[in-house]
Design a protein around this ligand. Sequence first.
Ligand code: UDP
Length: 471
Amino acid sequence: MEKKRCIAMVPCPGQGHLIPFVEFGKTLVHHHNNLHLSFLIPTLGPPTPSIMAILNSLPPNIDFIILPHINIQDLPQNLHPGIHMKLTVTHSLPFLHHALTSLNTTTHLLALILDVFSADALPLAKQFNIPSYFFFTSGALTLSFCLSFPKLDDTVSSQFIDSTKIVNVPGSIIPFQVKDLVDLVLYERSSEIYKTYLGLCQQLYFVDGIIVNSFTDMEAEAIRVLQEKTTFLDGPSVYPVGPIIGTGSTSKEKQVECIEWLNKQPPKSVLYICFGSGGTITEDNLNEIAFGLELSGHKFVWVLRAPNNSASSSYLMGQMEDPLRYLPSGFLERTKEQGLVVPSWAPQIEILSHGSTGGFLSHCGWNSTLESVVHSVPMIAWPLFAEQRMNAIVLTDVLKVAVRAKVDDESSGIVKHEEIVRVIKIIMEGEEALQIRNRIKSLSDAALVALSEHGSSIRALHILAHKFQNI
Ligand code: UDP
């Protein structure tokens, strides 16, 4: 019997990485059902119920292996999430090798697709003599920055952050201040974090292709630059296949609570507030948001986490603490008709696609950004870490589908409640809200076209699938 034609995919820990990885896999086999996919999943600990629910609902031609989880004691303490993700994969390499060896005997292996933070697994592609690809879970502009970063680093003699204040990222119509770039470049050049990130960016040149979760109308210039091969002469082929977003939530209980509440609200009246899968804000800002929401009088659904001075503190490890106890005294009682506070996690896709949702206060993670665009929900941009500042600037200054909540004092990062009321009013009321809504609706329409049978993203997917099958 002919062996299954199989592609091995290696995501890295972090729901913001795993979710689009899985969705990409589902899209690929939906359009090319002669392919089989196998997710080989490095883990820090036992997978959470929400991850298990995602994996248990995969279609029959996708399977998964959860690799034995690594010993957390083997890793240094207080790591940056990016380094944590990368090291988890590094420590899982023997398990990965074992899993690939067994896949290689039972299937006809066609390719290895990795998350960028799984780049240490690249040599395995050589060992098994198969082509390698990255699935890039951020946008095309961030990819362009990552591809240009090794050259930029070469031009610098002191600290990257000091020596250059403004960076022209290929494919951006606006320059970026260094402080707004991917946060990993803001560390000292001699630090492990900086060197690791530089190493990951260098690895981008060593694969056969990069699949990026974006589409032409959203990032036309960046995609053009990435595909033309005049800027990145030795760069790999780039396949923009997005927007690929999740289809919906798995926690039925929370889904019912949120949707029943939204069903009772007027159309486009509710502001949804969420800082991604694990973003956290300070206690001061939590209080300012609470105060601002009350003052604005607008309806809201707020995904609440316990505050922390480090914005990415809950990104990989989750939270055990009850966040409700951090709300100002009497807040829940006073706002019981106005809003719904959901601890830790809410069914975001269902909320954004609900007719009562009219705005999204977001940390501008790339998945949240695409989900808001697809469902035409105007945004308030409140970036926290990673490449979120870059995303926020594109959303506010280039696409003009979001308003930035301005920090009052850079050192404390505080956003005052008056500012929160101001931005809520801009996206929820009046003429400007209407214009923003129209612009994001056009982008959403363009996303639908990109994903239609002859659209740019599905064409890119077909080219990619063809490459996989003709090795
Ligand atoms: N998400 C969700 N419910 C939540 C928080 C997050 O479903 O309460 C999902 C969200 O829909 C998105 C992902 O988690 O798909 C977050 O990814 P993003 O890139 O926006 O941010 P990250 O978690 O990587 O910071």
